[in-house]
Write a protein that binds this ligand. Structure first.
Ligand code: GLU
Length: 507
């Protein structure tokens, strides 16, 4: 049987890293197996439905390069792919009735007040809360008929057999046993006829021929009810695969402290979609060797359920930065330029860096003006811009970093790091050194290399530090950056002279 897997989000909000990881594993598994992956929108909980959410999911996944063979946006043999539409199409009601007829589900007419009271009594008696039978599990047909005749609203609940063990085989965790007495009788169909997630998701997994249910670990506790539902229908169970939770590098549950939670914010922070994909693939999965940086084809070829780990997957932002830097260094200069320009012209990038936090402040107000400058500069002397980009390509980790990194190439006078100025530009040998450089203009790396080395030797400097550090600070405002001789050649004699003179005048 060929593999069919689904990504089945509830459209309640933004696409988070955890959901991205599920979607990615679903995709890698499908592609590795030559199977199909489809998107199913689980929108039966209308109170939490968010109309913008589906679009956010599709667009963000598209940005990461995860596309579906079937789904609400592309159609497919099992249309419709939105559960609210499937309900309207009358898909669920006859199946629910089938369960009732077989005795595996029953109507329950409890009012909201009655359910609240039941829960309160359970809490007082320190019993597990939930519907373990109530008034209706064993109601006589007459009671049911009478309640229906009165027009009382009712739900359909799953009848969980009492006193048995339910075993779920999980591809990562192995065999998990549950005592059926710990499981309550969940609602399958709500009073308005809308199915719950439990019912719709499993029914659809059967109808849509899902072979593997791959989803987050938080669903392990529901898995016996789901497995039971397949059994009660007499349908073969798919394979269950519960992916490990994601924790921060401190071992705590992933939250804003560890990095952005909305996937789109990684785009805004200047991450390349493939670096993010590569990074997320390694959270809770390993290729079985020590490879970290992998291409799309390598990820697909290596993806194997045996590489999935049951223990929590670590989210390590440093690793993402490293992978992203690696990705940036793989690009040709034209690719990098294209990526950077697309980035700085993306409206979401602008709004992200200008969004106030809960105190009304913009957390990093210097970032956007610098990025905006890049767009303008690239429209000017493009060869100069590309050469500067090439020098910084070796060092930066994200596209956003280019704003700061390229600044000294693009402004007339870079901002000066006060500490560096104090340390290097106040030394007594500096004025003579700068005058010497000004007196010997050049425009190649070799020229400045030879000039500064010769100056050091002629003036008794054993090391090059006292020569290059003050020069770098005067030219760039900083103590770090690309190779000094290269950047001098690129700045060219006019900029070099102007900046050295300004430094001399400031003394
Ligand atoms: N709709 C569920 C969610 O958004 C999916 C659970 C599942 O994959 O079965 O978490």
């Amino acid at each position: 049987m060929s593999v069919r897997v689904r990504f089945a989000p509830s459209p309640t909000g933004l696409l988070h890293v955890g959901a991205l990881r599920t979607a990615l594993f679903v995709q890698l598994f499908a592609r590795n197996q030559g199977g199909k992956l489809f998107l199913r929108i689980e929108d039966t909980d209308r109170s939490r439905y968010n109309p913008a959410s589906e679009q956010e999911f599709i667009e963000t996944l598209n940005w990461v390069g995860i596309t579906f063979d079937e789904g609400p946006h592309v159609g497919g043999p099992h249309s419709p792919y939105r559960q609210s539409e499937r309900k309207e199409a009358g898909i669920y009601a006859p199946l629910a009735q089938q369960l009732v007829d077989a005795g595996h589900a029953y109507p329950a007419f409890d009012t909201a007040d009655e359910l609240t009271e039941m829960r309160e009594i359970q809490q007082i008696n320190k019993q597990p809360t939930g519907y373990f039978g109530g008034k209706w599990r064993d109601a006589t047909p007459d009671m049911v008929e009478a309640a229906k005749a009165e027009g009382k609203p009712y739900v359909l609940r799953q009848r969980v057999p009492r006193g048995i063990k339910i075993t779920v085989e999980d591809a990562i965790r192995g065999r998990i046993e549950f005592e059926s007495d710990t499981l309550d009788d969940s609602v399958l169909i709500k009073t308005d006829g809308m199915p719950t997630y439990h019912f719709a998701s499993m029914v659809d997994d059967h109808l849509m021929e899902t072979t593997h249910i791959m989803r987050g670990e938080e669903w392990v506790s529901s898995s016996p009810k789901h497995a039971l539902l397949f059994d009660q229908f007499g349908w073969p169970r798919p394979t269950f695969i519960h992916l490990p939770v994601i924790v921060g590098s401190d071992g705590k549950k992933l939250s804003k402290r560890h990095g952005a939670t909305r996937v789109l914010d990684y785009m805004a922070q200047g991450y390349h979609p493939h670096a993010l994909k590569n990074f997320v693939a390694l959270i809770g999965w390993a290729p079985g060797d020590d490879r970290e940086s992998m291409t799309e084809a390598e990820l697909i070829a290596a993806f194997d359920l045996r590489g999935l780990q049951p223990s929590p997957g670590k989210f390590d932002l440093e690793k993402l930065r490293w992978l992203n830097g690696h990705q940036i260094r793989q690009m040709t200069i034209d690719e990098l330029l294209e990526n950077l320009l697309r980035y700085v012209n993306d409206p979401y990038v602008k709004s992200y860096w200008n969004a106030p936090d809960s105190d009304g402040d913009i957390p990093n107000p210097e970032v956007w003006p610098r990025l905006e400058r890049l767009a303008g500069a690239a429209a000017g002397d493009i060869e100069y811009f590309k050469a500067a980009l090439a020098l910084e390509q070796e060092r930066v980790q994200t596209l956003a970093d280019f704003g700061e990194a390229l600044e000294f190439f693009l402004v007339e006078q870079p901002a000066m790091d006060e500490k560096a100025v104090k340390k290097w530009l106040t030394q007594p040998h500096v004025p003579a050194l700068f005058e010497h450089i000004i007196a010997n203009p050049g425009s190649t790396t070799e020229h400045y290399d030879a000039l500064l080395r010769a100056y050091g030797e002629a003036n008794g400097f054993e090391k090059l530090g006292p020569i290059v550090h003050p020069t770098r600070v005067a030219l760039t405002g900083k103590t770090f950056g690309p190779g000094l001789f290269e950047l001098m050649a690129l700045l060219g004699p006019a900029r070099v002279e102007a900046r050295l003179r300004r430094a001399l005048a400031a003394d």
